[in-house]
Write a protein that binds this ligand. Structure first.
Ligand code: OOG
Ligand code: MG
Length: 259
């Protein structure tokens, strides 16, 4: 399979019409490099409609997520301006079978060239925040292989970011490595965990982001958001529900899906 544009168009159409499609790998082999090429073509379809990349997301950085989805390699995707949901608001784009998960977001306050060996993402981080990610696989039954989910831009659909807290990794007193995480649905705890679930320490997600950005040509200008990956398993995002993530020491962020 080499017609990356055609494969991307299929996934793009699935997202726009909220109609799930069969996994691409059911038709034949797709290498990981080719899967990232489909992802690039998929993001290009969004930017052709005026959307703008605003950052990078990682997936499967926690055992909880890897086990939930049966994919055990860290993956990277692109998040865009139209995926962004204001704290307290809800998604205004079509969704197939969305799920939601609690994350940590970093903001880069300086440009980083991921291909420069000496570039250090950690020292470019200027702020950190609690975040919620809405994932929505474009595949039937929310089921996929590693290559399928990479091609589908790692199920990226939406994200909300709570209050930013200024952060300098070298000097900050806040130990991001073990903060409590609670995901509540309609006021009832649905998942609890710790930021330690994210690669053992969320700062490790920054090294992983740099590595993946260099490998797959993902830009990291100042202002970029980095979603470090879910700290717990994802839960369904039902119509009419209110979901809140609280990270001890960082605060909370809320998404409300309209009924
Ligand atoms: C893929 C995206 C995984 C995470 O935080 O682990 C992810 C999926 O689960 O559909 O975003
Ligand atoms: Mg995620």
């Amino acid at each position: 399979m080499t017609d990356f544009d055609a494969l991307a168009a299929r996934l793009d159409e699935a997202a726009r019409t909220a109609g799930a499609v069969p996994q691409l790998t059911r038709e034949g082999p797709l290498s990981l490099a080719d899967a990232y090429a489909v992802q690039r073509a998929l993001v290009a379809l969004r930017t052709a409609r005026g959307d703008v990349p605003v950052g990078v997301k990682l997936g499967f950085t926690s055992k909880a997520k890897a086990a939930q989805m049966g994919v055990f390699d860290v993956v990277a995707g692109v998040v865009t301006a139209r995926m962004r949901i204001a704290d307290g608001a809800g998604p205004d784009f079509p969704l197939i079978h969305p799920r939601i998960e609690p994350e940590i977001a970093f903001r880069l306050d300086a440009d980083v060239d991921p291909a420069a060996p000496a570039a250090d993402l950690t020292s470019a981080v200027g702020a950190v925040a609690p975040a919620l990610e809405i994932i929505d696989s474009r595949y039937r039954d929310f089921s996929f292989t590693l290559e399928d989910v990479v091609a589908d831009n790692t199920s990226a659909a939406g994200f909300a970011i709570g209050p930013w807290r200024g952060f300098a990794a070298a000097s900050d007193g806040l130990d991001l490595g073990n903060l409590g995480v609670v995901l509540e649905v309609d006021g009832v705890p649905a998942q609890t965990g710790s930021t330690a679930a994210i690669l053992g320490h969320p700062l490790r997600a920054l090294a992983a982001t740099k590595r993946m950005a260099a490998a797959y040509g993902l830009p990291l200008p100042a202002g970029s958001v980095i979603l470090a990956g879910a700290a717990t398993a994802a839960v369904p995002l039902a119509a009419g529900s209110v979901v809140e993530a609280t990270v001890t020491g960082l605060g909370r962020v809320t998404v409300q899906r309209p009924s």
